[in-house]
Design a protein around this ligand. Sequence first.
Ligand code: GTP
Length: 568
Amino acid sequence: MRPDLRRFRIKSLVMLVFSGLALVLWLPIYVYINHGYVKQLVNDRGEAMHDLASAVAAVLGDNLHERKRELSLLAQSPYFRNAPLGARELRQHLERIQKSYPHYVWLGVVDTEGIVRSSTGDLLRGVSVRHRPWFDRGKEQTVAGDLHEAMLLAPLLGIEKDSEGAHLIDFAAPLLDEQGRLRGVLGAHADWGWATDVVKVLYPAGIARSQVEVLIVNRENRVIHPHRYNSPLQIPVTFPLDQNFAVARGQDGKDYLNSSAEVRDDEPGRSLGWRVIVQQPCERALADVAALQRAMVASILLTTLVFVGLVWWGSGRITRPLRLLASQARKIEQGEVSVPPVTEALTVEVHDLAEALRGMAGTLLDQRRDLADNNLRLERLVAERTRALEIANEELSQIARQDPLTGLPNRRAADERLRSEFVRMKRSLMGYAVLMVDIDNFKRINDRHGHAEGDRVLSGVANLLAVSLRESDFVARFGGEEFLVVLPDTDLSTATCVAEKLREAAEVAEDPHVGRVTMSIGLAMASPAHVDEREVLRLADACLYAAKASGRNSVVSDSLSAGHVGNS
Ligand SMILES: Nc1nc2c(ncn2[C@@H]2O[C@H](COP(=O)(O)OP(=O)(O)OP(=O)(O)O)[C@@H](O)[C@H]2O)c(=O)[nH]1
C-alpha cells in the first residue's frame, strides 16, 4: 500500500530520509570500529598486562636463582668446607652475609643429624631441624622452599604473627668436605618482604590509581602475595590457548582483565610452581575503550545533529518559496489583484513553477477584468434597453390612452381619470363636475359631406374643447361623436358656466363646409354621496339624453346636483 504523503510536509519527509541515511551510514562505521578497533585495544591492554606479569615473574625467578647461587657459592667457600661446624668464624661469616642482604632473617649451619651448629645471632643453635623439608632437600642440592610460617623463629625474632615478616622462604645448600662428603646443610630464611620489594621495583606507584593488582600464587592456587597469605584466588582464570589474557568475573560481580606468567626457578625435579597474576577491573582496564565508544557516540550524535540541522535549514529554504507561492495563489483566489512576485531563493524548478503560476494568475486576472468589463457593458446595455423599453411602454401606454383622430385621451384614459378623480374627491371632499358632450345630428354631417368631413369636424370640435378649457381640466373623446369633460374642484354654477361657454363656442364657430355645428351637454356633479364614478357618469349621460330630448344645443344639469335644466 502506498503511503499517503499528503499528510507530510516536504521538510519532514526530507528530514526523515536524511536521518535514516545518517543512521545507515554511521551504523556500519560504528560496528566496524567497535568490533575491530576496540578488539585491538583490548588485545593491547591484555598483552601489556601479560608483559607486566612476565617481568615480575622473571625478576622473582632471577632473585630466587640469585639467592640460591649465593648460598651455593658460600657453601663451597673454604670456611664452610674445612672449619668446624660450630666455629666462631663461621657464625661471623654468616652474619656478614646477613648484613649484605637485609631480607635474610636467619642463616645457619646444620650438621648431618639436623642439629643447628652455627647461626646468625646464635638463634636456634643446638635445636634440631631434622624434620624440616629444606634440611632434607638441602642435603641433596641447592634448593628454595615454599613459603611457610616462621614457627620457631617468630618468637625468637620478635616477629608479629601474620605480619609480612612472619612468613619465610627457605634456601638450603649441601655442605661438602674436600672429598665431597656431606658435612651438613647451609640454610637461610628470607622474609616475605622480599617479594613486595620485587613487585614494587617493577610497579612502584600508581597501583592503587590504576587498580592493577599484582598477585603471586603458589602451586595450590593460593595467594602468597600481597599480604593476605594463603587466601584462595578470588578470580580463578583459565586462559585461551592463543592469548595471554582473559576476562573473568570476580566474586564482587565485576569483570576483571587477567594475565599470568610462571615464575621459573630452574630447580631440577621440583619447581616451586609459583605464578604471577596481574588483574585489573575491566572498567578501568578498558577505560580507553569506553572513552573511545563515548567519543564515537558523541561524534555520531553531533555530526548527525549538525547534518540534520543543515538539512532542516536547507529544506526550509527550498520549501519557503513554495509556501509563498501557495499563499499568493490563495490571495489571488480571494480576489487580490496586486500580488508581488516571489523572488526568494528560487531553484530552477521553483522558478519555473513561479513563472507558470504568475502566467496563470495574469491570465485569470485578465479574464476576470474582461468579465467585469463585459458585465459593466452588459449592465449599461440592459439599463439602456430598459430605459428604451420604458419609453416605448410610456409611448405605448400613451398611444393606448390616446384617440388617434383627435389626439385627445381616449375612453380608457377617461375611465382612469374618472376613477382617480372620484378617489381624490373621497379624500378631499371637494366635488368635481362631469360633462358628457355630444355633437348634434352628426350622422347627417357624415351622410351629407362624407366620412372624411365628419372626421375633420370631430377634430375641430376636439380642438375647440381643448383650447376652451383650463389646463387642469380634462377632456377626452369618449366614443364616436361623444366627448367627456372633467372639471376638478368646480361647483355646479361654475361647471354650468363652463358647459354653456363650450356649447356657445361650438354654436358660434361656423364651419366653412358643413355650416353650424351644435352640441348637447349633460352635466352631473360628483359628491361623496355617490357610490362610484360610474354613478356620476350615468347621471351625466342621463342629462345628455335629456338635453337631446329637449331639442339639442343645450346644457342639462343633473337635477339631484342642482335641479337646473337650461338650454340655449
Ligand atoms: N365621420 C365620422 N363619423 C362618425 C364617427 N363616429 C361616429 N360617427 C357617426 O356619427 C353618427 C352618429 O349618429 P347618431 O348616433 O344617430 O346621432 P346624431 O345623428 O348625431 O343624432 P343626435 O345625436 O340624436 O343628434 C353615426 O352616423 C356614426 O356613423 C367618426 O369617427 N367619424
